[in-house]
Ligand binder design. Structure first.
Ligand code: PLP
Length: 230
């Protein structure tokens, strides 16, 4: 089941990249493991998955510290893809290789302070909110440049790119404009001198459109592990 799912996801990813004239190797798969148990994650590691995304610090912590998920000679990266509260900044720095969800200067400042204490250069993405949904997090397009300036000025944060979570639409064609918009915003920021190599966008039902629009990291849960149990 896992093998078939994963193989289908890789095929969809590479076909989408090729359709867009991109090298499939430019797009990395972040396997989203919220509500997925350690046994399934272990199987995914054994199948070669190396990047895992978690939404909540507490849940991730139990998995990251689980010795059954430490495989000799294999290094696995953990990404935080869910909203981060400032009071969890220390734990987030301790646990995650990449934090996708920096959305305010105060959070950036906290992460920088904790990274300094930990003697770590913390890689981060800035989350951009392109819709007006109350439930979504992220800095507005208008506030982005100021936040990027701040993140870039912090010595213990490494700014790697941008991330977005668009509104949910059944059809990925309705989501596509959000992906395109994030890429345009990224290109504009790059023209202004920011180094933003990564675009984290695309989930199970819409990652092909995201890849066609320039995604470098797709965050895929359901298509790999099946429907999540609540
Ligand atoms: C859960 C989640 C995903 C994965 O969603 P699927 O539809 O299961 O692929 C991706 N990104 C974020 C931010 C998530 O919370």
């Amino acid at each position: 089941m896992l093998l078939e799912n994963l193989s289908a996801v890789y095929k969809r990813m590479s076909h989408a990249a090729l359709r867009a004239g991109r090298n499939p190797e430019e797009v990395r798969l972040v396997a989203v493991t919220k509500n997925v148990d350690a046994a399934a994650i272990r199987s995914a590691i054994d199948l070669g998955l190396r990047i895992f995304g978690e939404s909540r610090v507490q849940e991730a912590r139990a998995k990251i510290l689980n010795s059954a998920l430490r495989v000799e000679g294999t290094s696995v990266a953990w990404h935080l893809i869910g909203h981060l509260q400032r009071n969890k900044a220390r734990q987030a720095v301790e646990l995650f290789d990449l934090i996708h969800t920096v959305d305010s200067e105060t959070l950036a400042d906290s992460l920088d302070r904790e990274a300094e204490k930990a003697g770590k250069l913390q890689s981060v993405l800035v989350q951009v909110k392109l819709s007006h949904e109350e439930s979504k997090h992220g800095v507005s397009a208008e506030g982005l440049l100021q936040l990027l300036e701040r993140v870039r000025s912090l010595p213990c944060l490494a700014l790697e790119g941008l991330m977005t979570v668009p509104p949910y639409y059944e059809s990925s064609e309705h989501v596509r404009p959000y992906f395109r918009r994030l890429r345009e915003i990224r290109d504009d920021c790059v023209d202004r001198g920011f180094r933003l190599r990564e675009l984290s966008m695309g989930m199970s039902h819409d990652f092909e459109a995201a890849i066609e629009e320039g995604s470098t990291m797709v965050r895929v849960g359901t298509a790999i592990f099946g429907e999540r149990r609540p």
